[in-house]
Design a protein around this ligand. Structure first.
Ligand code: FES
Length: 159
């Protein structure tokens, strides 16, 4: 089986941890994408010794985050979408933006603010040599959900 717990019914419950690949391979590649549970395209990243997982298409307009750079903003590690450079925190999937403190004061001074959680983050488990992802099945809609459809799936390259 490719899962930690065998599916008890024909449709696998989302809380099952799905095998993504070998730790070593993902660390070497830096990032991989995988269709998880036949229903969700997930990006798994290795950054500074840790694995992270999130929906693979950006909440803004569906850009693939596979080749997004990882940079620190406001003390938070973020993936930067290659399409329009939106910044998404790896930890929570928050969208960050630069707010202007006071538009009447020149030069303008800005600080980072959060737009809230925009990208669905999934749980990563390391077990033995492998990396597993448990889908975040929170029923609260998250903006990146919009791009988890067949239409957007056709262009995906899988690991
Ligand atoms: Fe990601 Fe626009 S699609 S920033």
């Amino acid at each position: 089986s490719h899962s930690l717990s065998p599916p008890s019914s024909p449709s696998t419950p989302p809380q099952v941890a799905h095998l993504i690949g070998k730790k070593e391979d993902i660390a070497k590649a830096g990032h991989v994408t995988k269709l998880v549970n036949g229903c969700r395209d997930v990006l798994v990243l290795f950054h500074q010794g840790r694995y992270h997982a999130m929906d693979m298409r950006c909440y803004h307009a569906g850009g693939s985050l596979l080749h997004g750079d990882i940079e620190e903003f406001n003390g938070q590690q973020c993936i930067v979408c290659p399409w329009h450079k939106y910044k998404i925190t790896l930890a929570e999937g928050e969208g960050l933006y630069q707010a202007v403190d006071n538009p009447t004061v020149k030069p303008l001074r800005t600080h980072w603010r959060s737009k809230g959680v925009k990208q669905r983050i999934h749980k990563v488990t390391e077990l033995n040599d492998n990396v597993y992802v448990t889908l975040n099945d929170s029923t609260e809609p998250i903006e990146s959900d919009v791009y988890q459809t067949e239409k957007y799936r056709t262009s995906v390259v899988h690991f």
